[in-house]
Design a protein around this ligand. Structure first.
Ligand SMILES: Nc1ncnc2c1ncn2[C@@H]1O[C@H](COP(=O)(O)OP(=O)(O)OP(=O)(O)O)[C@@H](O)[C@H]1O
Length: 237
C-alpha cells in the first residue's frame, strides 16, 4: 500500500506539489494522471526517496522509502530519465542491481524473459531503442519480485504492441493482489489499465476514485480529464 498524505513540494517560489493526498491499494492499478508539469514526477521522486518533501509524507507499507530494508524487494520503480550506464550490457546491469540488493542471480534471466529482452541481453545499452530501454527499466523494476510497482510514464517509447504488453503485465501484477501506481498524461492508455485514478493539475488533486466514478457524466476518461484540468488536447499533451 502506498499512502501520500498532505504532501507539498516547493522549488524556490514554485509550488510543484500542493497538499496532495491519495492511497494506492493492493489488488488495484492506480493511475496518476495529469498534464505535463502537473507535479507527478515530483510526487513519485519524493515517494521513492530521491527528493525531500517540503511538508507531508509519502509512505510505502507504512514506511518511508529510505527506511525500507532491501527496498527493491518491496518496491520496483521506473522513473523518467533514470537509466543504466550506456556502455554496460543489459545483462550486466541487471546482475549488478541484483547483487547490490541481495536478489538471487537467477532473477536476471527470469526478468529478461518477462520483458522480452533475452535475445538482446548481451548488447550494450547504448544500442537499445527507446522501447528496449523502457523494457530494461521495467526489468529492473521487476527484479526484486516486489509487492509494489511505481512506474513513471511506462508507455513512453513503446509501440502499440509494447503498450498492450505492459498493460497486461500491470493488470496481472494487480490481479495477484499487489499494488501498482503508474503515472501518465495519456488518457486512452490509462482508461484501459487503471482501476482507480488520481487526477492532478498545477500540483493539486482535482479528482480521485474508481475510473467509472471519475468518468461519470463525461463521455470518456479523456473528456473528464480535460473538463477537470481545463486543458485542451494539443501537442505534447
Ligand atoms: N528541480 C526542480 N527545480 C525547479 N522546478 C522544478 C524542479 N522539478 C520540477 N520542477 C517544476 O515543478 C513542476 C512540476 O514538475 P513535475 O516534473 O513534477 O511534473 P510532471 O507532472 O511529472 O510533468 P512531466 O510529465 O512533464 O514530467 C513543474 O512546473 C516543474 O517545472
Amino acid at each position: 500500500m502506498i499512502e501520500v498524505v498532505r504532501l507539498s513540494k516547493r522549488y524556490g517560489d514554485k509550488v510543484a506539489v500542493d497538499d496532495v493526498g491519495f492511497t494506492a491499494r493492493p489488488g488495484r492499478v492506480t493511475g496518476f494522471l495529469g498534464p505535463n508539469g502537473a507535479g507527478k514526477s515530483s510526487t513519485l521522486r519524493i515517494l521513492l526517496g530521491l527528493d525531500a518533501a517540503t511538508s507531508g509524507t509519502a509512505s510505502i507499507n507504512g514506511k518511508r522509502y529510505r527506511d525500507l530494508d532491501r527496498p527493491l524487494r518491496t518496491v520496483g520503480a521506473l522513473l523518467d530519465g533514470a537509466g543504466p550506464v550506456p556502455e554496460r550490457r543489459a545483462v550486466d546491469h541487471l546482475a549488478w542491481v541484483a547483487r547490490s540488493n541481495g536478489i538471487p542471480p537467477r532473477r536476471v534471466g527470469e526478468v529478461l524473459d518477462v520483458v522480452g529482452l533475452a535475445d538482446v541481453a548481451r548488447q550494450r545499452v547504448r544500442k537499445y531503442s527507446l522501447g528496449m530501454g523502457q523494457r530494461l527499466g521495467i526489468a529492473v523494476a521487476l527484479l526484486g519480485d516486489p509487492e509494489i510497482l511505481v512506474l513513471d510514464e511506462p508507455a513512453n517509447g513503446l509501440d502499440p504492441e509494447g503498450i498492450r504488453w505492459i498493460r497486461t503485465l500491470l493488470r496481472d501484477h494487480a490481479a495477484s493482489g499487489r499494488t501498482v501506481l503508474l503515472s501518465s498524461h495519456l488518457m486512452a492508455e490509462m482508461a484501459g489499465t487503471a482501476d482507480d485514478v488520481v487526477v492532478i493539475d498545477h500540483g493539486r488533486v482535482v479528482a480521485q476514485g474508481p475510473v467509472a466514478e471519475v468518468t461519470a457524466g463525461h463521455p470518456s476518461l479523456e473528456a473528464a480529464f480535460f473538463a477537470l484540468t481545463g486543458d485542451r488536447p494539443g501537442p505534447g499533451r
